[in-house]
Ligand binder design. Structure first.
Ligand code: HEM
Length: 485
């Protein structure tokens, strides 16, 4: 056999060794990737997983070349297709015409300031209802499931508004849809390719979830389609929600109730679990390193007293922003990120001449990037105000006459960079991150102002769950919480 010119990590050289390493990868992918990064500090190496080889590009230059490549060369959508079996679990239309990404990146983001009062209103009600705290009694909070409810509800206040955002069955449907995509995608992956068209529909929950979603959205979507058709897109009181933002971009066969409902499920899929796991990690960090509470509480109280609860005011919460970014740096990413599939028939060639073959899966070592001592001093230490300090120092050092002196801006929660890939980087960087940051900063500020929180066991952070390349905060982890006023 022709030898693959891209090296593997030392312990995976040879057929048996590669299977042994693949098993090891399942249990401790971060360690396997870290060893590869030490062996190949600036270059591409391969690590075996149970189903395929991952090509890992190590170093900022290679990362920048990956994110600059067009979809016709390195495909983001094909990168997700194999693991999630997207064609069967989400549908070919969503993959081949991802116009909803434009709605999230454009209208949704532009409308954040205008829609913030509703988001804020939902945060207040959702925390009250889900936590159900009485008086000043301490209560145990199982963090992830409770935050999942709060995030699902708040996000849907923006997406579809009242009363649907408070309908428990609709929220459960959206929370479970994501879980189904991940779990059933893994099962469908095991079916031989030629049998998938016949068997996958029985395993995928796409059709049943869509039917279920239409129970809530069907009549509403038909009414909105009809109104747009009769009155155009500028009629007075046209709601400012995800349905309008999708309708602004949807064409031809996408202008039907079922097609629009599938996009709403897809946006929820991208938004709910990502945001709730990020906030869960942040609460575990807050209670494990409680010295951050008081400075952030003072910041939130000062900003809200001066400016009220507005989106603009959140921009003044530098410490809270920094804390969330630090929590993402250490917890939010698995060992690999930015997965792309090489779809160019000739492969993908880096500027150093390394060619990755057609069909290969190319990724970057996210954990290693986030714990690189050259970019992060004491990388293993949780330093919640690392970015706000750097921003302050950068602002003080910047030449006021130099319009390009923007280095200190690049430490916001939403700023992606080759050394911070929690939201990806480049052309596919998360388009929902401006909403996510707004929502999560507002929620963390709300918690700090209104609640006392403590670790269930002092100094013990509930351990993350790690399966293959997936890393999740503990779903069972608990903290103690009580009302402050
Ligand atoms: C803290 C919360 C979130 C995290 C950590 C997160 C993370 C990510 C990451 C890592 C990617 C892939 C980037 C890449 O591979 O280059 C992504 C893509 C995406 N995210 Fe997010 N996300 C979050 C919240 C959201 C929200 C709230 C929305 C929608 C409102 C959203 C919508 C999307 C979409 C549509 C894509 C696909 C982009 C494309 O096809 O180009 N995300 N997100």
């Amino acid at each position: 056999r022709k030898k693959n010119p891209i090296p593997t990590i030392a312990e995976a050289d040879g057929v048996l060794a590669s299977y042994r390493t693949a098993l090891c990868f399942w249990g401790n992918a971060a360690d396997v990737v870290r060893r590869g990064c030490r062996q190949f500090p600036e270059g591409v190496f391969r690590v075996p997983t149970l189903f395929r080889w991952e090509y890992v590009a190590n170093g900022p230059q290679l990362l920048l070349e990956i994110v600059a490549a067009p979809e016709s060369v390195l495909s983001f959508h094909e990168g997700a297709a194999d693991n999630l079996q997207t064609e069967h679990t989400i549908g070919a239309a969503v993959m081949h015409n991802p116009y909803h990404v434009g709605a999230v990146r454009g209208s949704l983001t532009r409308n954040l300031a205008r829609c913030f009062p509703e988001v804020r209103d939902e945060i207040v009600h959702a925390f009250d209802d889900v936590l159900a705290l009485e008086g000043k009694e301490w209560k145990t909070m199982t963090v992830l499931p409770q935050l999942m409810q709060i995030v699902a509800r708040t996000s849907n206040r923006l997406f579809v508004g009242l009363p649907l955002c408070r309908d428990q069955e609709f929220l459960d449907l959206n929370v479970n849809y994501t879980v189904h995509i991940f779990t059933r995608g893994q099962l469908i992956k095991l079916i031989p390719e030629f049998l998938k068209p016949t068997l996958a529909p029985f395993l995928s929950s796409k059709n049943s979830s869509l039917r279920h979603a239409l129970k809530f959205l069907g009549a509403l979507l038909e009414e909105r389609l009809q109104k747009d058709q009769e009155l155009g897109a500028d009629y007075p009181d046209r709601p400012n929600d995800v349905i309008s933002w999708l309708l602004d971009l949807a064409t031809d066969e996408e202008r039907t109730g079922p097609a629009l409902a599938l996009r709403i499920l897809t946006i929820n899929m991208a938004a709910i679990h990502t945001s709730s796991t990020t906030l869960t990690s942040a609460l575990y960090d807050l209670t494990t390193y409680p010295e951050h509470i008081q400075p952030m509480r003072e910041e939130a109280e000062r900003v809200v007293a001066a400016e009220g609860w507005t989106k603009a005011a959140l921009a003044g919460m530098h410490k809270i922003d920094s804390f969330l970014r630090e929590s993402q740096r250490l917890s939010a990413s698995g060992p690999l990120a930015l997965t792309r599939r090489v779809v160019a028939k000739t492969g993908f060639t880096f500027s150093d001449g390394t060619t990755i073959p057609h069909g290969a899966y190319l990724t970057v070592p996210a954990n290693a990037i986030h714990s690189n001592p050259d970019t992060y001093a004491n990388p293993a230490v949780f330093d919640g105000f690392r970015s706000s300090r750097l921003r302050k120092e950068g602002a003080a050092a910047a030449d006021p006459d130099d319009p390009t002196a923007t280095a200190f801006f690049n430490r916001h929660m939403v700023s992606t960079a080759p050394d911070h890939v929690a939201f990806g980087h480049g052309r596919h960087a998360c388009p929902g991150r401006f909403f996510a940051a707004t929502e999560l900063k507002a929620m963390l500020a709300h918690i700090l102002i209104n609640y006392d929180v403590e670790a269930e066991v002092d100094g013990v952070r509930p351990p993350d769950t790690i399966i293959g390349v997936m890393r999740m905060p503990s779903a069972k982890g608990k903290i103690m919480i009580r009302k402050r006023v």
